[in-house]
Design a protein around this ligand. Structure first.
Ligand SMILES: Cc1cc2nc3c(=O)[nH]c(=O)nc-3n(C[C@H](O)[C@H](O)[C@H](O)COP(=O)(O)O)c2cc1C
Ligand code: SF4
Length: 429
């Protein structure tokens, strides 16, 4: 089984804690209010509450959300700020943001309104991928249901963003909302300084904003009751691949990866490796995966990253190098080709990876070349796209080192069907 093409909520099990997404979700406003009560009045003091709660961004980097909110709030006297909720989810193996938006859209909308009130914004834009029609429909319905409620202190609109991997990068989103192509712009100024219409702009992932909505309702102490002290709360993970019960799991941050995989029907004994964090993430070998917890610092300690919460199980007998070569080629095609590492480095890396994967006459040279390319590409792009691609490919050479040596020596794995999804590219506008 591969990653779910449509959002599914995982079945309840020992690891699941349904804070954001209830076991039997109902997307209607009535059900939302019955479960959580009315949203509290927006207040500036939410910035301190979010800082005290220790909410970290769920869009990939895990940046402290309160710090970003404070930076935007501090600029609110010069020009009215604006909030952008990032629900584009360009990561093909991820479904957690789509799941959230389809099943509990009102929690995200509450978070947008609360965050806007906290930073002094009167306008908020919910960005979704225009090819995610189920999401476009769900959020359109939810925004319609709220018309005229709570005196509408914050105007919310939905924007349908082009389907590109880099379109979800915050400066790309801002550039597109300002009428340009959905390509990253070199920074500074960063969006929190000058973003949409030149205004201070708070760009937060939709899951992050759903957590903010819970902090606004229940406070920092409640929020910190689960998760780790450094990374409190729950986290949404998309478990896919060789998993009998794949889907989106909401678990306390710090849950053992082995327990999560077990509950999802993906026992480590049956796996060749686990891709954690998505296409900017890292492959983990089964022994490392057996001992690591799912949070930023634990994963960083073993050279991994949590990224956007993808956990993809590759079964034994399938070639991790072939999967990685396909993803590397896809990532090369998804770059905006504006910087050298993106225009030249990533295609060269994809080509070398394909040679190694094929195991033909040039495989050994390609293996050496890959290590040279890592050094040439890393740290040179204007955004993190090339670095993310390097991290994922480098981890594949480490985790599948024995396979890489065999391929380089002319003994490739037999061809096998593709597992990880690589969707066709969309436009830039
Ligand atoms: C190439 C690239 C693609 C990205 N795609 C997404 C995305 O699809 N969704 C998202 O929330 N963040 C994405 N990000 C991260 C955003 O730039 C930004 O950091 C994030 O939306 C901030 O939200 P957070 O602080 O709540 O994590 C991407 C970053 C890069 C470099
Ligand atoms: S690295 Fe690629 S995606 Fe990032 S800014 Fe440069 S050209 Fe654009």
């Amino acid at each position: 089984m591969s990653a779910p093409p449509h959002p599914t909520v995982a079945p309840p099990d020992a690891t699941v804690v349904p804070r954001l997404i209830p076991h039997r979700p109902d997307a209607s406003l009535g059900a939302h209010l019955a479960r959580l009560g009315p949203p509290p009045r927006p207040t500036r003091s939410l910035v301190e509450q979010v800082e005290a709660a220790g909410v970290r961004g769920r869009g990939g980097a895990g940046f402290p959300t309160g710090v970003k909110m404070a930076a935007v709030a501090a600029r609110s006297r010069t020009r009215g700020p604006i909030v952008v909720a990032n629900g584009t989810e360009g990561e093909p193996a991820s479904a957690k943001d789509q799941t959230l938006l389809v099943h509990v859209p009102h929690l995200v909308l509450d978070g947008m309104v609360a965050a806007a009130g906290a930073v002094g914004a009167r306008e908020a834009i919910l960005c979704v991928d225009r090819r995610h029609r189920h999401v476009v429909d769900a959020v359109g319905r939810a925004v319609g249901e709220r018309q005229g409620r709570w005196a509408d202190t914050v105007a919310v609109r939905v924007a349908q963003v082009p389907s590109r991997y880099v379109a979800g990068e915050e400066s790309a989103l801002v550039h597109w909302l300002n009428g340009g192509e959905a390509k990253p712009t070199s920074s500074p100024p960063r969006p929190f300084e000058r973003g949409v219409d030149g205004r201070p702009t708070l760009v937060d992932n939709v899951e992050t904003l759903a957590h903010v909505a819970l902090v606004a309702r229940f406070g920092a102490e409640w929020y910190r009751a689960i998760g780790t002290p450094d990374e409190p709360g729950t986290v949404l993970l998309t478990v896919g691949g060789h998993a009998a019960r794949g889907g989106v799991y909401e678990v306390p941050s710090g849950v053992p990866l082995a327990a999560l995989l077990d509950n999802a029907g993906a026992p480590l004994a049956e796996l060749a490796g686990v891709l954690v964090g998505g296409y900017f993430g890292t492959w983990l070998d089964p022994a490392t995966a057996a001992a690591v917890a799912v949070d930023h610092s634990s994963l960083r300690a073993v050279g991994g990253s949590l990224g956007c919460g993808v956990v993809f199980a590759l079964p034994r007998g399938h070639c991790g190098l072939a999967e990685t070569a396909r993803i590397a080629r896809w990532l090369a095609g998804e770059g905006a080709q504006q910087c050298g590492p993106c225009a030249h480095g990533l295609p060269a890396m994809a080509e070398a990876m394909e040679h190694l994967s094929a195991g033909g006459p040039g495989a050994s040279r390609a293996h050496v070349r890959l290590h040279q390319l890592f050094v040439q590409v890393e740290g040179r792009g204007a955004c993190r796209h090339p670095d993310g691609a390097v991290r994922m490919v480098r981890s594949a050479l480490e985790v599948f080192a024995a396979d890489a040596a065999a391929h380089a020596a002319g003994r490739p794995c037999p061809p096998a069907p593709a597992w990880l999804p690589t969707p066709a590219p969309g436009g830039w506008r």
